[in-house]
Design a protein around this ligand. Structure first.
Ligand code: FAD
Length: 480
């Protein structure tokens, strides 16, 4: 495509020829993120080293009217970093410097491509860590965490990424470099965190550091059923204990984790709970005894004696998504939220949907905050299997909405759940959100096609709808 060829030449001037990829074989490396079911080969990939280069790239794209998508490590599970065949993929993986650890002020300043766990590695010698801990923390980037407002097992107590970001340097869609901070006026930083790469590209992030806890106690409880494990979760929360994490896995996900990492979870368990408490030692000790009492229905309770045993307990859970690859060639990692109290009904319905469609579903949860991760298993080589899995996945999201929950807890909407947005929000709600987007990106070039079902029908201006589009009115087109 001549337009992209011309743009690639300009990008080479900005970042150097070795940092622009146009070779089809190399481009294929970037054709999907963690949502592998959706693929698109990017038109051009560019690997900048600096904020100024990103600003120049964005200006070049804006000048040429070419869409672009930011990508960190590509581990996103909702297709947020799915490239455009007619666009540029801006990959931040070369921007991996921890620029400053300011322990006295409990903050660190990092480039967007820095790996989540590397922030903790840099802060630990000072007695601090970065609290948001997605299970992908060994590989995912801070830029991706900011864009998705990522969570993790310990976000029940410590909050999501948004609670740990103090400022973002951002390249806006017109190529300006701005600083979004907490402070008086509109909370633009709050709007930016979780905007899934649609409001600009973050090039530097100031994160909050959290003091390492004095004491951490972890237990693994094996239950014979999900119902019993779920009842223990409700009892713990009702008792007023706020664990750092409560994670639950069902029999199928235990089987997968066992096959992948031999985590040695209680054999024959219908469900396992991992409960972790942290904080001052005397408080943790008292609460830990109480949690053990509340898990009385467990047929096996294991308490981690040291960090090695703690690591072993967490290994099965942290590897759960990837582990499913051991028991199924393909799978969709779904992410929905329900009120904790509805867990038994929702699980029973997921089971019924799974049987009805003949599609296996493994369940892993951040049980404390009702964040489900159903893993919908299928074999992409089998005709129609992918479509059936998508159908099951969609029905599970409908179930979450029906029970007063949400279509995403932490993985974002991306391309995967855009079609479900109108089931959760009214047309007015969606228009209002799109107006925020238009305020940042009037030309609609920054990660278009994500979050919203159909941006607008062809020929419609961005902004509030002025009435029914003539094509919809005449029955020739549908809005999702
Ligand atoms: C095995 C596994 C386990 C996971 N566990 C969790 C979990 O526990 N909790 C959780 O929340 N998520 C989890 N995830 C999902 C994923 O790791 C997170 O969403 C993560 O934050 C994505 O980071 P990334 O660098 O891979 O981003 P990418 O996938 O590269 O991009 C994600 C989104 O961020 C945008 N983006 C990337 N960089 C920038 C930037 N600099 N500026 C603006 N936008 C940008 C992209 O356009 C895209 O929309 C898991 C994924 C996997 C594969």
């Amino acid at each position: 495509m001549a337009l992209l060829d011309g743009l690639a030449a300009r990008l080479r001037e900005i970042v150097g020829a070795e940092s622009v990829i146009t070779d089809p074989a190399e481009l294929a490396t970037y054709d999907c993120d963690g949502l592998t079911y959706h693929r698109a080969t990017p038109g051009v990939v560019v690997l900048p080293d600096t904020t100024e280069q990103i600003a120049a790239i964005v200006r070049a794209c804006a000048g040429a009217g070419v869409p672009y998508v930011a990508r960190g490590s590509g581990t996103g599970l909702s297709g947020g970093a799915l490239p455009r065949t007619d666009g540029v993929l801006i990959v931040t993986s070369r921007m991996r410097r921890v620029l400053e650890v300011d322990a006295a002020n409990q903050r660190a300043v990092v480039e967007p491509g820095v790996i989540n766990l590397d922030v903790t590695r840099a802060a630990r010698p000072y007695g601090y860590y970065f609290a948001p801990d997605p299970s992908s923390q060994q590989v995912c980037s801070i830029g991706g965490n900011v864009a998705e407002n990522s969570g993790g097992a310990h976000c029940l107590k410590y909050g999501f990424t948004v609670n740990h970001v103090l400022a973002c340097e951002v390249v806006t869609p017109d190529g300006e470099i701005v600083e979004l901070t907490e402070g008086p006026g509109y909370d633009l930083l709050g709007a930016f965190v979780g905007s899934e790469g649609t409001l600009g590209i973050t090039t530097k992030v100031t994160v909050r550091l959290t003091r390492l806890p004095e004491s951490v106690r972890t237990l693994l409880a094996g239950f014979d059923s999900m119902e019993r494990a779920g009842a223990a979760v409700s009892a713990i929360i009702a008792d007023g204990v706020v664990p750092a994490a409560i994670e639950m896995m069902d029999a199928l996900s235990i089987e997968a984790a066992e096959a992948a990492v031999s985590c040695g979870y209680p054999p024959g368990a219908g469900a396992v709970l991992i409960v972790e408490l942290d904080g001052p030692a005397p408080e943790v000790d008292v609460q830990f005894e109480r949690v053990k009492e509340l898990c009385a229905e467990a047929f096996e309770l294991r308490v981690a004696a040291d960090d090695v045993e703690r690591g072993l307990i967490w290994r099965g859970r942290k590897s759960a998504f990837a582990a499913v690859g051991r028991i199924s060639p393909d799978y969709i990692v779904q992410d929905g939220v329900i009120p904790r109290t509805t867990l038994p009904q929702v699980l029973a319905r997921i089971d019924a949907i799974s049987r009805e469609h003949g599609v296996r579903v493994a369940n892993v949860f951040h049980a404390g905050d009702g964040n489900l991760h159903p893993l919908v298993l299928f074999d992409g080589a089998e005709a129609g299997a992918g479509e059936r899995a998508e159908e099951v996945s969609g029905r599970i999201l409908d179930l979450c909405i029906e029970h007063g929950g949400s279509i995403t807890g932490e993985h974002g909407v991306g391309i995967d759940k855009a079609r479900h947005m109108p089931r959760m929000f009214t047309g007015e709600d969606l228009d209002t959100m799109q107006m925020v987007r238009c305020a940042f990106d009037p030309a609609g070039l920054c990660n278009p096609g994500k979050i919203y079902p159909t941006p607008r029908l062809c020929g419609e201006a961005p902004g509030r709808r002025k009435g029914v589009h003539p094509l919809v009115g005449s029955g020739k087109a549908d809005l999702f």
